[in-house]
Design a binder for this molecule. Structure first.
Ligand code: GLN
Length: 495
């Protein structure tokens, strides 16, 4: 069955002419037609443009061109990346129907690699959330259990890959929005080093944290996608002008012999689901059995990462979202000639933004206001420095750090919707790597005993050591798949 194949296999079959890119694309469009009314991973499906892109790949092959490893492979693209030929809404009413006049750098690089963009995936509005319930267009459902959340904010992307609607997807990770959805749907999700992937054409949430990255069903597929869209971009002033770490080679290497692994002491105990801790503990034992040296490491400032993040991210968001002024994009409310520009702006923002987005704008505006700036935003920046120092000290003792990706498995839709504090806790373990900008991946490490739902292992490495998390992730994946007799996703119920 084509939809069950990995991206690597599909790329090989297409390059060898054993199957056409059009057939592969059609198989995924058919799958979307069968399951997406239940999953709701997509906000927009671009069947026509996808089949055209696929046909173009087939024509290049027919003309004798050597195709890249992902040419003709379909991908689901988070609706936060600008696409000139499809709507781009960031799941907000305020951008309903907006078509950007240009492609994001990530979008352009997907096209250049011959990837076929199937459509745009659902997300929490402006990437604010951990469940995809904050979408203005309705929630996405977890393919493992349709009554549960697929994580967030990139929950449409995780659900699309976990339900075999696409072998690959893009996401963005500001506080955990790739790793947490990957963990709760049994996928691989990677947050590259900040600045390693371009933010140009990405609808900004918190510019000092936002990082595009890949979703896949295995580590090697994620590495191939990572290499396809990463690397220096002159259009992004925070883009790193350095070679992309050799993540594909690292994923193929897949060994941990002699590697020093640090278990983050702060990420366990109260608030962690027993089944999550049990699988995490087994994963550390597995690493030891594969030849790694596992020690406990303390990173005391990590305890303050969550409150500091909820000052920094909303502060940046309050500034970034000021551009939605009813004049430049999308929605405009009450512009009947009787109202001033200020009144139209206020009406548009009141109607166009959802409750969580408004909460963040208010929090951020408050934290930045004169008289409170030093006490809130300034202090949070100091905590950010302390977190980076904890990472620096830890990486003097160990090569990688590990933790559960998220404290619990996928929770029921609705359970935390009215409790922002409970929702924010989903990113407890992922936020430190956003604050410090280092590389971190989530790989599946089993199912929790209580509910039979997927658990993620987070592997963190220093800035620009992205290859290291792929190497460790691939080693864990290989050993666990031997034990399970195949990928964890094979245990998910059939949709
Ligand atoms: N859940 C976090 C938040 O709501 C992180 C979101 C993200 O990484 N985009 O801010």
């Amino acid at each position: 069955m084509l939809i069950k194949k990995s991206a690597v296999e599909l790329g090989q079959l297409i390059a060898a002419g054993e199957v056409s890119a059009v057939e592969v694309t059609q198989a995924h469009l058919d799958r979307i037609a069968v399951v997406d009314d239940r999953v709701h991973a997509f906000l927009h499906v671009g069947s026509g443009s996808a089949l055209e892109q696929a046909a173009a790949v087939d024509a290049r092959r027919a003309a004798g061109e050597t195709l890249g490893p992902l040419a003709g492979v379909p991908i689901a693209h988070k609706d936060v990346f600008s696409t000139h030929d499809m709507p781009t809404t960031a799941a907000s009413r305020i951008l309903q129907g907006w078509r950007p006049p240009f492609d994001a750098t990530v979008t352009a690089r997907l096209r250049a690699a011959g990837l076929v963009i199937l459509g745009k995936t659902n997300m929490d509005e402006f990437a604010m959330g951990s469940s995809t319930e904050n979408s203005a267009y309705g929630p996405t459902h977890n393919p493992w259990d349709l009554t549960r959340i697929p994580g967030g904010s990139s929950g449409g992307s995780s659900a699309a890959v976990a339900s075999y609607e696409a072998p690959l997807a893009t996401g963005t990770d500001t506080g955990g929005s790739i790793r947490q959805p990957a963990a709760v749907t049994g996928l691989v999700g990677m947050k590259p080093t900040y600045g390693g992937s371009s933010r140009y054409g990405l609808i900004a949430f918190a510019s000092s944290l936002d990082t595009p990255g890949p979703f896949a069903r295995n580590v090697l597929d994620a590495a191939l996608l990572h290499e396809a869209f990463s690397g220096h971009d002159v259009m992004d002033s925070t883009s790193i002008d350095a070679p992309v770490p050799s993540v594909v080679a690292a994923a193929r290497q897949a060994d941990v012999a002699g590697l020093r692994v640090g278990v983050v002491r702060e990420f366990s105990g109260d608030g962690y689901q027993p089944g999550v801790l049990a699988r995490f503990h087994e994963a550390t034992e597995l690493l030891e059995s594969l030849g790694a040296k596992v020690v406990e490491v303390s990173c005391p400032a990590f305890d303050y990462a969550l409150p500091a993040y909820y000052l920094i991210a909303p502060s940046e968001a309050s500034s970034n979202l000021a551009r939605f002024d009813a004049m430049r994009y999308g929605l405009r409310v009450g512009d009947d000639g009787s109202r001033s520009a200020e009144e139209v702006m206020a009406l548009t923002r009141a109607e166009g933004f959802g409750a969580e987005v408004k909460r963040r704008i208010i929090l951020g505006t408050y934290a930045l206001s004169s008289g409170y700036y030093d006490a809130y935003y300034g202090k949070a920046q100091q905590v950010r420095t302390l977190i980076s120092r904890d990472f620096d000290a830890a990486f003097e003792q160990v090569d990688v750090l590990v933790s559960p990706t998220t404290p619990t498995t996928a929770f029921p839709i609705g359970e935390r919707a009215d409790n922002p504090m409970a929702m924010y806790l989903a990113d407890l373990c992922t936020i430190p790597s956003n604050m410090a900008g280092n590389a971190a991946i989530s790989v599946p490490c089993g199912l929790a005993d209580e509910d039979g739902l997927p658990v993620g292992l987070q592997i963190m490495a220093p800035v620009l050591a992205d290859d290291r998390v792929y190497r460790v992730g691939a080693a864990v994946e290989k050993a666990l798949e031997d034990r399970w007799g195949g990928p964890l996703l094979g245990k998910a119920p059939q949709l």
